[in-house]
Design a protein around this ligand. Structure first.
Ligand SMILES: [Zn+2]
Length: 116
């Protein structure tokens, strides 16, 4: 009985997570740098949890943050110039931009959708 109700709630929760993920992907598709595979370009090594979506300009990153806000995101989001990029691309990060250099990473296009 209660088990059935619980699984409905769980399904709704999962559905909302999927919708959130799709909405986030659409925002990234719109504002992030798009690679050859038509997916947002990711900065970082495969498997690195700190991999981040690349934005060509601060304006693009700011627009994406505004879009995330509109869909109800309340997470703190900061825009950082990537210390690893030669041409100065931007990332959205969940903490104030670091001043210390991070581990070397390389820019790679990703086949997976990001959930960063
Ligand atoms: Zn970067």
């Amino acid at each position: 009985m209660s088990e059935g109700a619980k699984s409905v709630q769980e399904l709704v929760r999962q559905r909302n997570q999927v919708l959130d993920k799709l909405a986030r992907q659409q925002i990234l598709d719109q504002y992030a740098r798009i690679g050859k595979n038509n997916k947002p370009v990711i900065c970082g090594l495969p498997g690195d949890e700190h991999r981040r979506v690349v934005f060509d300009t601060k304006e693009d990153a700011e627009a994406a943050v505004r879009a995330f806000r509109r869909m109800g995101s309340t997470r703190p989001q900061y825009i950082e110039v990537c210390p690893l990029s030669k041409r100065g691309h931007h990332h959205i990060v969940g903490r104030p931009p670091a001043t210390t250099p991070q581990e070397p990473t390389k820019e790679t296009a990703d086949h997976r959708a990001t959930n960063a």
